[in-house]
Design a protein around this ligand. Structure first.
Ligand code: KIV
Ligand code: NA
Length: 279
């Protein structure tokens, strides 16, 4: 099947009769093969890897080199899906030039086909410079995990008419600057619907209700691999966590009682008759 490109995604507006975009995060080669086989449109190497892979409390410590490292693993799967790389905290905020240098580093190594950054009007210049440099940009508004301390925690955004107007202005500024799609994170569904209708580029929701042009989930949330805490919007399409625990505990039992490995999982013996009694 043909590679999914930025122009393919830019035209995906549900209101124009297009199918919604299905995006998922992935951080390694094995998962990239699996989600690509499942037919996702886009794979995001999100800075959520700080929490999912590294066990950090938030995404702030994640580095550009770490995004690159995981991007290398993803690209080795040669996915049909479009591959987006997150620009981590302090790899773009300083200036539009810093954004171009960081995005350029990821693109030049061939790791990603676009980059994503968090923020609205205040980062429109950054987006503009990236896009003019040939680096496609996915925007991200609403809940911005890199600003967790400023927000006072991970909270729903865009509540109230003032916040909604600001969100709308942010999304419009990103579109104007040349973003090809915008992630809407943790906002009321009616707000997401109005943002979606106001834009000619697709919106990709996470905790933003059904009226978006696409959805994104963190792969471990979707698969039910994360224990305990996961956000309200993180639907588990499978419950693989308990399946993993069951499989590994079966392994532990069989190692301890000696039933693993049996002949089936051993090489052919030199002297067949003696293989089961070694003294
Ligand atoms: O890092 C991430 O996983 C993200 C998505 C939740 C949009 O930015
Ligand atoms: Na992110």
């Amino acid at each position: 099947a043909r590679k999914i490109t930025v122009p393919d995604l830019r035209g995906r507006k549900v209101a124009r009769g297009e199918a919604a975009i299905a995006m998922v995060t992935a951080y390694d080669y094995t998962m990239a093969l699996l989600v690509d086989e499942a037919g996702v449109d886009a794979i995001l190497v999100g800075d959520s890897l700080g929490m999912v892979v590294q066990g950090l409390p938030n995404t702030i410590p994640v580095t550009l080199e770490e995004i690159a490292y995981h991007g290398r693993a993803i690209q080795r799967a040669q996915p049909r899906a479009h591959v987006v790389g997150d620009l981590p905290f302090m790899s773009y905020q300083v200036s539009p030039a810093q954004a171009v240098e960081s995005g350029g580093r990821l693109m030049k190594e061939g790791l990603f086909e676009s980059v994503k950054l968090e923020g609205g009007q205040e980062f429109a210049d950054h987006v503009y410079r990236l896009v003019r440099s040939g680096i496609p940009v996915m925007g991200h508004v609403g809940l911005l995990p890199q600003t967790v301390h400023a927000m006072g925690g991970f909270k729903v955004q865009g509540r109230g008419s003032e916040a909604e107007q600001r969100l709308l202005a942010d999304a419009r500024a990103l579109e104007q600057a040349g973003a090809f799609a915008i992630v809407l994170e943790a906002i009321p569904p009616d707000v997401a619907a109005r943002v979606t209708n106001a834009l000619s580029i697709p919106t990709i929701g996470i905790g933003a209700g059904p009226i978006c042009d696409g959805q994104v989930l963190v792969c471990t949330d979707l698969l039910g691999l994360t224990g305990g805490k996961s956000p309200k919007f993180a639907k588990r399409f499978a419950d693989l966590g308990p399946a993993v625990v069951k499989a590994v505990s079966d392994y532990v039992s069989e190692v301890r009682d000696g039933s693993f490995p049996s002949a089936q999982h051993s090489y052919k013996p030199n002297r067949a008759a003696e293989s089961s009694v070694i003294e």
